[in-house]
Design a protein around this ligand. Structure first.
Ligand SMILES: Cc1cc2nc3c(=O)[nH]c(=O)nc-3n(C[C@H](O)[C@H](O)[C@H](O)COP(=O)(O)O)c2cc1C
Length: 375
């Protein structure tokens, strides 16, 4: 663990141990983020991947941050959505950076940050050794209006964690292979990834940068046991995605909610469709969905679906993509799938985001107390 948990200092409204809701594109939103923050966690709004002028992703970010402002109590009566003097919004914004350029961010992203003043940003989707200019942009040009914007970078290997720290990240999110959604194609699980990253960053700080970098664990953390375990491994906080997907505030569609709630036994299970479904990590999902190509560093974990089975059986990816599109148009659930982590079997009910945060935190404290009592 970092010697002092700097997250305490940076996010004074948060309660400990800290639960962060991951910036899940198409699932998380301003209401979910605000309820997480209101319950003492740190909520996040996804910004998608398109930083261009007229970007629909940035338009959605703007409106979701406005919703978060409306839900969270205002510090002062006079605060308005454009009031640059008010304190930062205790919420983060998650950028998928595969199409990022500092120029596009300067022109189109900074005005939104200036307007809403989030407390931190989270970057994911590039080669972390290339993040230097983007991180410098956030640090240098957001210092005044965001009260010192903190930059999180999500990584899946120890080397990537070092690269992120050298590029200037304030927080490294150690994303293990159990995670839902996109992740490192070759990551290890949180069990080994987190302690090795913690050690590597301590050495970086002591012998090179002198800068303390906090570590957040993500991937397969679903309840208080997972939170307690992550703290034991040296993490300063956790980020959870899959657990929040069935919250009423989330934008998950009914298929996604049903798939997650109807699974048991984590990795391998039977859904209401009657097929054997497991979660599986594959780089083919983007081509099937028609997403912009992610670099070979990344792959996505989803429930196993007919598209992946088709590809395994030699069906050309273009044809699988057409079937996926047709299935979407016709509402054919046999062609659908959801990004989700291996912890999916531990998500057994739909609870409000605030309840999730409080339950996970309380359970973790109980686990820690029980462990102490039993030793
Ligand atoms: C549906 C879904 C969408 C996701 N979208 C994003 C995203 O837009 N940006 C991002 O940085 N991570 C994204 N992730 C990954 C999360 O940041 C995080 O690493 C992951 O949810 C942690 O694992 P867990 O799902 O087991 O809790 C997504 C995850 C899921 C399940």
């Amino acid at each position: 663990m970092a010697k002092t948990n700097v997250l305490h200092e940076w996010f004074p409204t948060a309660k400990w141990p800290l639960v962060i809701s991951a910036p899940m594109f198409t699932v998380a939103n301003g209401a979910l983020a605000a309820e997480v923050t209101r319950a003492g966690g740190l909520g996040m709004v996804p910004a998608g991947m398109d930083p261009s002028t007229e970007s629909p992703h940035l338009a959605a970010l703007d409106s979701q941050l406005t919703i978060a402002h409306q839900i969270l109590p205002k510090k002062t009566e006079s605060s308005s959505a454009d009031d640059e003097s008010r304190p930062p919004l205790p919420i983060g914004v998650g950028f998928l950076t595969l199409l990022a350029t500092p120029d596009a961010y300067r022109a189109n992203v900074l005005p939104i940050l200036r307007k809403h003043r989030p407390a931190f940003v989270w970057l994911f989707g590039s080669d972390p050794s290339e993040y230097g200019p983007l991180i410098a942009l956030f640090h240098d040009e957001c210092a005044e209006f965001c009260g010192g914007l903190k930059v999180f970078v999500q990584v899946g290997t120890v080397e990537a964690a070092r690269q992120a720290a050298r590029a200037g990240a304030d927080v490294v999110v150690a994303q293990g292979s159990d995670a839902g959604g996109h992740q490192w194609a070759q990551a290890a699980s949180v069990m080994t990834l987190v302690p090795e990253i913690v050690d590597a960053l301590r050495i970086e700080a002591e012998f090179k940068s002198g800068k303390e970098v906090a570590v957040v664990a993500a991937g397969g953390i679903v309840d208080g046991r997972g939170l307690a375990a992550a703290l034991a491994l040296g993490a300063d906080a956790v980020a959870m995605g899959t657990r929040f997907m069935t919250c009423p505030e989330a934008d998950s569609n009914p298929f996604v909610r049903n798939t997650i709630l109807s699974t048991s036994d984590g990795g391998a299970t039977t859904t209401r469709l009657g097929a054997e479904w497991i979660t599986i990590r594959s780089s083919a999902n983007d081509a099937i969905m028609g997403y912009p190509t992610w670099s070979k560093l990344y792959a996505g974990r989803t429930t196993l679906h007919s598209g992946l089975t088709d590809i395994a059986n030699g069906v050309p990816v273009e044809q699988v993509h057409e079937s996926f599109k047709k299935g979407l148009t016709e509402g054919d659930e046999t062609r659908m799938f959801t990004f989700a982590g291996t912890g999916v079997g531990l998500v057994q009910k739909s609870q409000s985001a605030g309840e999730v945060v409080q339950e996970v935190r309380t359970e973790a404290l109980d686990v820690i107390a029980n462990l102490k009592g039993n030793l």
